[in-house]
Design a protein around this ligand. Structure first.
Ligand code: 2NL
Length: 360
């Protein structure tokens, strides 16, 4: 018959075994061996029935104590094993979040994308918003509303890409400028309006300096009392910010566009520095953009009263701006999808343009 000394011996034996268990399976084996239906402690408990009441009074609590002690030891050991397993896993999965990302980023922003970001930053700072519209336009938004009369030769100078005629005989076009975006804004919003409209435009023309798709940004201000002085101020400030210079010397030459009156081309002084140019100093003039006061017919076409509202607008080539600032000389390279060219002329997507730390 089991006595108190047997219980002590079994307790030491089982505690040592629990302590030495190598894994959770071994621990579960020990639990069955000690506390299972046919386990050592259960068997000893079964012998309580054959004991005298005095013996039972001592052995009963002792065996219950043994059962609790071993049960608790197994639970504690199991928790310790789980903690150790978690610690080991955390150690192997440790990540230093202060390290630069791996693999090293290799994608670059196209210079045209970079310039568009810079334009958005500069003009937002002046209170403009960025407007967008469809690439496929109708004749009204691309031509008629812009004061191109039906059948007027100016429509031909745009080398328009026409879509297949529709049932009703009308024909959509690939927009030849981003002006239709401004027409849409004037028709859907009430002045004052201050927007820039950057985007793709299309003309059927392909040689060393022309691609059938290129990028344009136009700007538009519509307000009571807007005048050429405001136009000049906006454009001078823009050129100084974009070319990161304090000295912009410019002249306005009279010109003609159907959609502005008066119209002008703006020239800036420049000098050559290798592939790029330095704007604001030098002794040659370069044409940089076209501009003017919005023609009263255009204001009328958009449902506004030209006696109440005036406006000015301008347009320029984004690809050309990128070329002037960043120097990639051949326009065709811009659309060749050559990753070596992009690796050289591209920009880090992690260094977004902003006025505080610099545009580029
Ligand atoms: C150029 C000239 C220009 C505009 C674009 C414009 C838009 C509206 C009304 C009036 Cl909705 N004008 N845009 C005005 C003057 C010039 O672009 O040589 N672009 C490359």
């Amino acid at each position: 018959m089991a006595g108190a000394s047997d219980i002590e011996a079994l307790k030491s034996e089982l505690l040592a075994a629990v302590d030495g268990a190598g894994d959770e399976a071994a621990l579960e084996g020990l639990r069955v061996e000690a506390l299972g239906k046919k386990g050592k402690i259960s068997l000893m408990m079964r012998s309580l029935g054959q004991m005298s009441p005095e013996e039972r009074q001592v052995m009963g609590p002792a065996l219950n104590g043994l059962k609790d002690t071993i049960g608790e030891a197994i639970t504690a050991k199991k928790a310790a094993m789980e903690d150790a397993a978690l610690d080991a896993r955390l150690a192997t999965e440790r990540a230093d979040v202060s390290l630069p990302i791996r693999p090293e980023p290799r994608g670059k922003l196209h210079p045209v994308t970079q310039v568009m970001e810079e334009l958005a930053v500069i003009f937002s700072d002046m209170g403009f918003t960025v407007a967008e519209g469809p690439d496929v336009e109708d004749d009204f938004h691309n031509f008629t509303a812009l004061n191109f009369p039906e059948g007027h030769p100016a429509r031909d100078t745009h080398d328009t890409f026409f879509m297949k005629p529709r049932e009703d005989g009308s024909q959509m076009v690939l927009r030849t400028h981003t002006s239709p975006v401004q027409i849409r804004t004037m028709m859907s919003e009430t002045p004052p309006i201050r927007i820039i409209a950057p985007g793709r435009v299309y003309r059927c023309d392909w040689d060393q300096t022309h691609t059938p798709m290129f990028h344009q940004v136009e700007g538009l201000v519509i307000d009571k009392g807007a005048h050429m002085g405001h136009l000049k101020g906006v454009l001078m400030d823009f050129l100084a910010a974009f070319f990161e210079t304090d000295t912009v010397e410019a002249r306005f030459r009279p010109h003609h566009f159907p959609f502005t009156e008066p119209s002008a081309e703006m020239d800036v002084k420049y000098s050559r520095v290798g592939e790029a140019v330095k704007i604001g100093e030098g002794d040659s003039w370069m044409e940089i953009l076209g501009c003017g006061m919005v023609h009263p017919n255009v204001i009328k076409s958009c449902g506004l009263d030209p006696d109440e509202y005036q406006g000015f607008a301008w347009g320029m080539g984004v690809d050309r701006l990128a070329m002037l600032k960043y120097g990639a000389p051949d326009l065709r390279d811009y659309f060749a999808n050559d990753t070596r060219w992009l690796a050289h002329y591209g920009f880090s997507p992690l260094l977004q343009a902003n006025l505080a730390t610099g545009l580029s």
